[in-house]
Design a binder for this molecule. Structure first.
Ligand code: ADP
Length: 619
């Protein structure tokens, strides 16, 4: 009791001084996080007291409930946060509070000082002195505390932030800590009850001790993700989802995880019913919240799931993540890496489960988020095969609106089919009219109709499935069997060779080659990409991205059974009307370009067509 009433003054340590100077004199974004820091400290202290109560009969104020009490007084411009936690000893006050925990602080401080933008208040946590974030909003802070030991002494700690703090012994009956903030002029908002309620709701709603503001409890005490599956009602789940996701619809499904082992965490994840517009628009979109032992630490944490699963919403509560970590730290933390890999695995597992047991639900999900999931093929090498099995595509065998998996495709392949076929394009309607499909339709060979814009990108990562090459039917080197029926009716080899030679003379270097087609049934000609070329859709994409993109040369395939081709062959034979032959050949070539969406100037095409119609109507 020797020191009671006597106030001692202490100087802050050198680095602490610098840090405080910065805190006091800078402008901030996220000023409000001081409240989270204080509530989180209070929650830690309550956790310790809870443990102590369990193990020690003699704890001070044994019957005082484990609660947080916040009082705001707008007239006096004060906010007070009091907890019945473990409290602090004199040593704690001198040593713990006021000691910068992280190394390299100095260099970092220098860097911060030279920054001209407002500082992010959350950065203060980096130094392991979250408590000092109070000086963003207060010009005087009074802390009264008494440790939970029965024979402890009460202390008052006080500081204006800069230079020094004072310490004196006081009479304090109950264990715990009470912190009073005298708010700065520009931080008056933090003495408004509504503002504080809102912040508690945002940051600490799920702290598992009651939080009272001016006498009224504002939080829901037991965090939902800490409950057992059987304890959680659907209604409760839906309300929670809507609350965290700002969604008006209940989720499509959820995952409740409780993992113990290499890393310990719980997670409550949701698949939304619909993709919000920001999902595809906002590159930074990410909606998982990170908690550490019930205390909210990061909103929209980017490191918990890969980008292609960023439509998942929810919370992850990890035991091994320190509070006050910055985004940079969470990013490189090995614990986060493990959590991310486990979460990815579980989410893929959930989707696989739907695909197997509830295909209708799966397709609903895939229609919303499929394009995003497909992008994963380029980044998640580890899960590539699982991802590919989750993909679904429209196909020539199914009506519009239905899709197939590669697994089903392969299972229904004909015995002599060795390749998986696809056609890329913008709309199913256009794809269905593509002349390259004629052979496949006639022989009932299934072709995947890839009409999702992301497919052109995705397909570059998808070479084979089940050891079968995946090939575009617009490529020249696909392995097709001769159609016997058509062959009977076709031009003789000698005639068709003469005709293709004429095509080459007329078209010159506009095409790489002219060949006899096996894939055409009804159309006279079609354009296909050479061995190293791109198919039409891919070229359109390249052109969209790069105005100067030059199309690769194409191979023109000619249908030897088509009446027009037969007529042409006769004309070439007699070298009759060479002008007309040229015109028809040009018209066929440009018509094929037009179908592919690659005819840049249509005027010649139209003029030629008019000429040909004049000729036809003249007879
Ligand atoms: P951190 O919480 O990251 O350790 P802080 O600056 O917020 O950093 O707090 C420093 C230390 O002060 C804590 O580790 C704890 O020992 C003590 N402390 C802070 N607030 C309280 C409180 N309300 N009750 C008991 N101890 C506290």
């Amino acid at each position: 009791m020797a020191q009671e009433g006597k106030t001692q003054e202490f100087e802050y340590k050198a680095e602490m001084k610098q840090l405080l100077h910065l805190i006091v004199h800078s402008l901030y974004t996220h000023q409000e996080i001081f409240l989270r820091e204080l509530v989180s400290n209070a929650s830690d202290a309550l956790n310790k007291a809870r443990f102590r109560k369990l193990t020690d009969e003699n704890i001070l104020s044994k019957d005082v409930p484990l609660e947080v009490h916040i009082e705001v007084d707008q007239d006096a411009n004060l906010i007070t946060i009091e907890d019945a936690g473990i409290g602090m000893t004199r040593e704690d006050l001198v040593e713990r509070i006021g000691t910068v925990a992280s190394s390299g602080t100095k260099a970092f401080l220098e860097q911060l000082k030279s920054q001209e933008k407002p500082l992010d208040g959350q950065m203060i946590g980096q130094f392991g002195v979250g408590f000092y974030s109070v000086f963003m909003v207060a010009d005087k802070v009074t802390l009264e505390t008494r440790h939970a030991d029965n024979d402890s002494q009460g202390f008052r700690w006080e500081s204006g932030g800069e230079g020094t703090f004072t310490l004196e012994e006081i009479e304090r009956v109950e264990r715990g800590t009470k912190i009073t903030l005298h708010l700065k002029e520009d931080a008056k908002e933090f003495s408004e009850e509504q503002r504080i309620k809102h912040l508690i709701n945002k940051y600490s709603n799920f702290v598992d001790f009651p939080i009272n503001i001016n006498g009224e409890q504002v939080n829901t005490v037991k965090a939902l993700w800490h409950k057992q599956k059987s304890e959680i009602g659907e209604e409760e789940l839906n309300e929670f989802y809507k609350f965290i996701a700002n969604d008006f619809m209940p989720p499509m499904g959820h995952l409740l995880l409780h993992l113990e082992g290499v890393v310990n965490f719980r997670a409550l994840l949701f698949v939304p019913e619909k993709a919000p517009p920001a999902l595809f628009r906002d590159e930074e979109y990410q909606k998982l919240h990170l908690y550490s032992n019930n205390v909210f630490i990061q909103e929209d944490c980017k490191d918990l799931l890969p980008d292609y699963l960023k439509f998942i919403r929810g919370v992850v509560d990890a035991e091994d993540i320190p509070l006050n970590v910055s985004r940079e730290v969470t990013q490189s933390s090995p614990v986060m890496g493990k959590i991310r890999s486990i979460l990815t695995n579980k989410v893929l597992g959930l989707l696989e489960d739907w695909a197997k047991k509830d295909p209708e639900k799966y397709m609903k999900m895939f229609n919303e988020f499929g394009p995003l999931i497909k992008t994963g093929i380029s980044t998640d090498f580890k899960n590539k095969d699982r991802l590919i099995d989750l993909f679904r595509f429209p196909t020539t065998r199914k009506p519009k609106g239905e899709m197939t998996s590669l697994k089903d495709y392969v299972e229904s392949m004909g015995e002599d089919q060795t390749e998986i076929y696809y056609l890329l394009g913008e709309h199913r309607e256009v794809l269905e009219k593509n002349p390259n499909l004629e052979y496949f339709k006639k022989h009932d060979v299934e072709v995947l109709l890839m009409d999702d814009p992301v497919d052109a990108f995705m397909i570059t990562y998808l070479d084979t499935y089940d050891d079968k090459p995946i090939v575009s039917i617009e490529k020249s080197d696909i392995d097709l069997k001769q159609d016997e029926e058509l062959a009977k009716d076709a031009l003789a080899d000698e005639d068709i060779n003469k005709l293709t030679a004429q095509f080459k003379i007329t078209l010159g270097d506009k095409v790489e080659d002219v060949m006899v087609s096996k894939r055409l049934v009804e159309s006279p000609v079609t354009l296909v990409a050479g061995k190293s070329g791109m198919d039409a859709q891919m070229e359109r994409m390249m052109k969209m991205m790069d105005q100067n993109f030059i199309s690769g040369s194409k191979i023109l395939e000619v249908n030897p059974g088509h009446p027009l081709i037969k007529n042409l062959s006769r004309m070439v034979d007699s070298q009759d009307e060479i002008d007309l032959i040229d015109k028809v050949i040009y018209q066929l070539f440009e018509g094929a370009l037009l179908l592919d969406g690659n005819l840049n100037h249509t005027s010649d095409y139209v003029t030629r067509m008019t000429d040909l119609m004049v000729k036809a109507t003249n007879n």
